[in-house]
Design a protein. Sequence first.
Length: 285
Amino acid sequence: MNKKEENKIENPLLKKENDPYLNKIIAIASQKGGVGKTTTAVNLTAFLSSFGYKTILIDFDPQSNATSAFSLIPEEINTTVYSLIIYNEDPNKAILETIYPNLKIIPSTRQLAGAEVEMVTVFKREFRLKDAIQRIEEQYDFIIIDCPPSLGLLTINALAACKDVIIPIQNSYFSLEGVAQLLNTIDLVKMSLNSKLEVKGVLFTMYSRSRLAEGIYNDLKNNFGNKLYNTIIPKNVRLDEASSHGKPVLYYDKNCKGSIAYKEFSMEVLNSYLDNKNFDSGLTI
Ligand SMILES: Nc1ncnc2c1ncn2[C@@H]1O[C@H](COP(=O)(O)OP(=O)(O)OP(=O)(O)O)[C@@H](O)[C@H]1O
Ligand SMILES: [Mg+2]
């Protein structure tokens, strides 16, 4: 396995003051539960914002794990992503500041679970999230959407609203199960709702050294080639602890293995949008 030296990249490409906003919209999606979508969305958001990029995380899952990961209490929030897609509410009203620089969140609550059914009769129901995002996208470098573990109308809304999808794949025996179905859905959305949609990359998560893991890595490399991120996210209990403490790992234990890996991953993502202009980390994507 081509394991990169930890901490090799010391200096992220910090955003310069007058750089224009990048306006990138990325969905973190997989219908499989527990593969690391929320952990990836939360920590990618945290690192990109720490590099100086204005970033907003949209929690688009009724489980509201991303909302809790920022110590926000779902029951105490009035305007959420639900109001945006059901009542066409002004998205600016749902944006919450966090204590971290450049980092905002549009929260969700359990109420969102009803939205799939309520949206059935709504006009242009696949585009409700896109309509909301269009009203704010110019003010951000990155808009990251944390999707629920299903391929229902919420995920379709996310895929219709974004340009790029990142798919986390967990280190487990059934890891590739269902990926074909996800890719098929992405193709269908691309054909019918969003011609710009692309799989930006596939992220191997919760890695721990074993023969099985080597096999999964090789399968991913064979299936996804250079779309597989070079960075591999290790299984690291600090990531789990950080979210249970309501913090991105960067602000919980920035030197743990999970934090270092998510920093490298975030730089890999960022670098792929900057056309490798000023930054050569030897990454291929
Ligand atoms: N690299 C990791 N090492 C250890 N624990 C992890 C790692 N990544 C995620 N976890 C933990 O695994 C659990 C599932 O992760 P996460 O919530 O990110 O998955 P998910 O795909 O968003 O799940 P769901 O489909 O339910 O939304 C969480 O308890 C999380 O803290
Ligand atoms: Mg989740």
